[in-house]
Design a binder for this molecule. Structure first.
Ligand code: SF4
Length: 447
């Protein structure tokens, strides 16, 4: 499985900021389950390993009408306690906190530069860099130092900065990761995904434009500052897998985008079968689109156990792990040509077990249809796509991969099909075609 790389949240000028952050972070839990944390009021901090409910206790109250929060899955830095966000530090511009979604391909360059000047780093994360650069900025005013810092770092970030006088929220110039804000009661709320804001009843929700920082300050309407004019490249994998289906990104519903992918997948492949079954949950919207376009009925052929907590002890065998998470319903698949729809194949091991279980449950033939192109390259922008050598499609042809997963047919959506499904969005497709937006005109190559 691909794993998300963090969700961020913020509250400005609303009493019970701690409790509201708890509610927003719950809506972002899918973006990170390793650790959670908040900084509230006068830099009161609650952080720990675990899910939101385990760390940020909803029955607790911490005074303060502003704060920021984070749920984490580590892509850079181990999942150690010291790497839990938000990170706070005393800077030359005052005490500051940061919550960051994304990774910075330029991080080593900046870290070396700063360490040569005598800086020491307390975490292994890229995110700490923002605080160091703000502290080192030639500008005295903290807001100017923030803008200067954002101009230095190209990507990939959606982030929230916390200062005693303001909150600043920003997206890099490519707009790779999502970020939204909206009105709530007497103030404003911020989240990686709009669904997490709609859940709590926020209004007038809008997206932070790429290359823009929005400042929230006392007795002033929020005001944007543009710091970059790069061309937009939103992450196509947010649409394929990461984001909640009830979210939108760049004005396109995630569910609609996945539905479109399923439609395009059928139009390109014209596979015939008796039944369409999704791999739950992220395959559902694509399977609905495929079924709609093909007229082939969709059914629940694989049941997912939603109640496996983090205490679930992984059996030593991969097949047993998958079986405990996903189990075929023999009555649905027996004697049928089954079309299994999933969002992507990373290493191929999970799909191999699914195909085997479907055959054991009586499926006559198993066709695997993936509503994205083969993942051939690693992501350097905040998603754990595994090392390139571990990506099944990086070294194998589709036919070799079909044999490896044991399917009768294996088909993928083309990159053009994906582009059409995204209805003309200018997106990043680097993990499919290896062209990284960051390398364009950059001093640093990723390979
Ligand atoms: S490389 Fe892939 S996962 Fe990473 S930002 Fe680009 S599209 Fe998203």
């Amino acid at each position: 499985m691909l794993r998300e790389a963090c969700g961020i949240a913020g509250v400005w000028n609303v009493e019970r900021a701690y409790n509201i952050l708890h509610d927003i972070l719950l809506g972002l839990q899918h973006r990170g389950q390793e650790s959670a944390g908040v900084v509230v009021g006068n830099f009161e901090t609650v952080k720990g390993m675990g899910l939101v409910e385990e760390v940020i206790k909803s029955e607790r109250y911490i005074p303060g009408d502003r704060g920021i929060g984070h749920v984490r899955y580590s892509t850079v830095g181990s999942s150690a306690q010291r790497n839990i966000q938000p990170i706070i530090a005393q800077t030359r511009k005052g005490m500051m906190g940061v919550a960051h979604n994304g990774t910075l391909p330029d991080a080593d360059y900046w870290k070396n530069w700063l360490m040569e000047m005598g800086h020491i780093f307390l975490t292994e994360t890229d995110s700490e860099l923002f605080l160091h650069l703000i502290s080192s900025s030639p500008f005295d005013k903290a807001q100017d130092a923030v803008v200067w810092t954002l101009q230095q770092i190209r990507c990939a970030y959606s982030l929230i900065l916390y200062h005693k006088d303001f909150i600043a929220i920003a997206r890099d110039g490519f707009g790779i990761r999502p970020l939204f804000w909206g009105k709530f009661e007497s103030g404003f709320v911020i989240a990686s995904e709009d669904a997490a804001l709609r859940v709590i009843g926020a209004e007038e929700i809008r997206e932070v434009p790429p290359g823009t920082v929005v400042f929230f300050e006392k007795d002033r309407e929020p005001y944007p500052v543009t710091f970059s004019n790069l061309s937009k490249r939103v992450c196509s994998f947010e649409y394929i897998y990461f984001a909640r289906p009830d979210s939108t990104f760049d004005g396109l519903s995630i569910h609609k985008a996945r539905f479109n992918m399923g439609v395009k997948l059928f139009e390109e492949t014209k596979i015939e079968g008796d039944i369409v079954i999704p791999v739950l949950d992220s395959g559902i919207s694509g399977a609905l689109g495929f079924s709609y376009a093909s007229g082939i009925p969709i059914d629940l052929g694989l049941m997912r156990n939603r109640y496996l907590g983090r205490s679930f002890i992984m059996p030593s065998k991969r097949s047993e792990t998958v079986r405990r998470k996903l189990l075929p319903i023999p009555e649905v698949v027996s004697g049928k040509r089954v079309i299994v729809i999933d969002d992507s194949i990373v290493r191929g091991t999970t799909m191999n077990v699914i195909v085997r279980m479907l055959r054991e449950s009586g499926a006559k033939e198993v066709y695997v249809a993936i509503h994205s192109p083969p993942v051939r390259f690693s992501c350097f922008y905040g998603i754990d796509t595994a090392r390139r050598s571990e990506l099944a499609a990086s070294s194998q042809s589709v036919e070799d991969l079909r044999k490896a997963v044991g399917a009768d047919r294996l088909v993928y959506l083309s990159i053009d099909g994906l582009r059409e499904a995204l209805e003309g969005r200018n997106a990043c497709f680097a993990c499919f075609e290896g062209r990284y937006p960051h390398e364009e005109g950059s001093r640093i190559s990723l390979r």
